[in-house]
Ligand binder design. Structure first.
Ligand SMILES: [Fe+2]
Ligand SMILES: [Fe+2]
Length: 163
C-alpha cells in the first residue's frame, strides 16, 4: 500500500458506490464551515488511509474506505432547526447506518465504523481497528474544517477530475 494506491482505491470505491446510492446528495449539505458532508467524508477516508499506511497497520482497506465514506450518511442539513435534528451529535450515527443499510450491503466492520464513529460522545467504543481509525480521523478532520484549515474546495476540485 502507498499514497497513490489508496487514493486510487478511494476514487474507485466512490465511483462504484455512487451508482446505486444517495452519496451525491451529501454534496447538498454543509458539514463544518464551508466544507460539505461529501467533502468531509472523502477527507475522513483519505486521513483514515493515511493513518493506516503511516503506522503500517494491518487493515481491511476496502471496509475502512467504505465505512469512512458512509460514516455521515445521515442526509439532512443538521444546521437547520428542526425537532428531527435535535441532538444531532448523538443520533446521526444511527441515522447514517439506517440510510447506508438501505443502499448497501454492509459488512460488520463497515457497520461498526458508522455506528461508533462519535465515541466518546456516544458511550459505546468502536470494536475494530478500522472503526478506531475512522473515529480518530473524523475528529482531526472536523477540527481542521471548523478552524477553516480544511482544503475542501481543493479536494472537490481534485476529486472531480476523477469522478
Ligand atoms: Fe459524524
Ligand atoms: Fe464525520
Amino acid at each position: 500500500m502507498n499514497k497513490t494506491c489508496y487514493k486510487l482505491l478511494i476514487v474507485n470505491e466512490l465511483r462504484r458506490m455512487c451508482m446505486h446510492s444517495r452519496i451525491m446528495q451529501m454534496k447538498q449539505y454543509p458539514q463544518h464551515g464551508k466544507v460539505t458532508v461529501y467533502q468531509h467524508c472523502i477527507a475522513v477516508a483519505l486521513m483514515s488511509c493515511w493513518i493506516a499506511w503511516k503506522f503500517h497497520l494491518k487493515v481491511d482497506y476496502e471496509a475502512l474506505i467504505r465505512g469512512a465514506l458512509l460514516h455521515d450518511y445521515f442526509l439532512y442539513d443538521w444546521h437547520e432547526h428542526s425537532a428531527e435534528h435535535r441532538l444531532h451529535g448523538f443520533h446521526h450515527p444511527r441515522k447514517a447506518l439506517v440510510n447506508a443499510s438501505e443502499d448497501f450491503k454492509l459488512t460488520p466492520i463497515e457497520t461498526n465504523i458508522i455506528l461508533r464513529h462519535m465515541f466518546p460522545l456516544t458511550p459505546i467504543p468502536p470494536v475494530y481497528l478500522e472503526s478506531w481509525i475512522v473515529c480518530v480521523a473524523d475528529k482531526f478532520c472536523a477540527l481542521r474544517e471548523t478552524l477553516h484549515l480544511g482544503d475542501g474546495a481543493l479536494l472537490e476540485l481534485y476529486w472531480s477530475n476523477g469522478l
